[in-house]
Design a protein around this ligand. Structure first.
Ligand code: NAP
Length: 271
């Protein structure tokens, strides 16, 4: 598979770097990709430059991989390079297609909401485009499908929900694994052992559920025999719906921040 030639990664930190890792793992030809980042920190296997003026030939695709707050600093340098055919893929959390369209005027705008496991091709990527031809939609969809579970959403509104669950989700899962590991340490296990078994337990559980198509309630039931040890543990986790309440509040906070970023990109004052 070939990434459009050339593709510019404008901003290439954690997320764009993870996508590059995933595409490299998938055997995607990245020889014509250029990473543009002010630090010039090299990106393995990809030509890396510090600014747009050193990027070379006009891009067929641009991936916006900087922070949403930097949009207005970066756009002016990109505008001279954009034609009606340039594919502009924005990773910017919360920044709506309309806000991008207002700034770029030309180009095919795609919003992508990925998560970090794209680096190992087990990511979730939600895609949305307000106006895109079939061939471009297929090409972009195929490229992201190489990074894991990729889906086009019918409406842009779905991106916020997917972003707050899947985009941010690896951070929450990481916290849960760390808590499981700490509990293991509290039980007297060496730190390294506790960390490894916590991680492998979460990985194995998700893997098994995915392979068997097993609902989570059913999975929990299979572990917990009546009046046994796991059931004693679950009675704490489930008390007063504590975990559900905590996760709901966590996701709501991410949603609210996404709405603030969207408002900032629309030029609205955020309190
Ligand atoms: N991280 C996630 O899990 C995640 C999930 C979904 C969406 N996103 C979105 O992905 C985007 C990037 O997030 P990230 O976590 O990858 O951030 P990051 O690691 O901080 O990377 C930001 C990148 O932007 C570059 N940059 C800074 N100023 C720039 C400029 N003026 N012109 C061009 N590039 C510039 C930085 O350059 P240097 O490398 O030289 O410092 C860096 O490469 C954000 O918009 C975020 O909303 C992230």
């Amino acid at each position: 598979m070939q990434i459009p030639v050339p593709t510019w990664f404008v901003g290439c930190g954690n997320m764009a770097g993870a996508m590059i890792d995933g595409w490299r793992m998938a055997g995607v030809d990245l020889s014509n990709a250029v990473a543009i980042r002010p630090s010039g920190t090299p990106v393995e296997g990809v030509t890396t430059v510090k600014s747009v003026k050193d990027a070379g030939a006009a891009p067929a695709m641009i991936i916006l991989g900087f922070k949403p707050q930097q949009l207005d600093d970066v756009v002016p340098d990109l505008l001279p390079w954009i034609t009606s055919k340039t594919i502009i893929v924005s990773l910017l959390a919360g920044v709506e297609a309309e806000s991008l369209r207002r700034r770029f005027k030309k180009g095919i705008i795609v919003r992508a909401v990925p998560n970090l496991p794209v680096s190992v091709r087990r990511g979730v990527v939600a895609l949305y485009a307000d106006a895109i031809d079939e061939a471009t939609r297929k090409a972009v969809g195929d490229l992201f499908a190489a990074l894991g579970y990729a889906m086009w959403t019918d409406g842009e509104a779905a991106l916020a929900g997917i972003g707050s669950v899947a985009g941010a989700g690896p951070a929450y899962v990481a916290r849960f694994i760390a808590a499981l590991a700490k509990a293991g340490e509290d039980q007297g296990l060496p730190a390294a052992t506790a960390a490894t078994i916590a991680q492998e337990t979460v990985l194995g559980t998700a893997w098994m559920a995915a392979a068997a198509g097993m609902p989570m309630d059913e999975l929990a039931r299979r572990v917990a025999s009546p009046n046994g040890t796991t059931e004693a543990g679950l009675s704490v986790l489930d008390r007063l719906d504590a975990l559900n309440g905590l996760v709901t509040r966590t996701i709501d906070a991410a949603r609210r921040r996404g709405a603030e970023l969207a408002a900032e990109a629309r030029g609205e004052q955020v309190a």
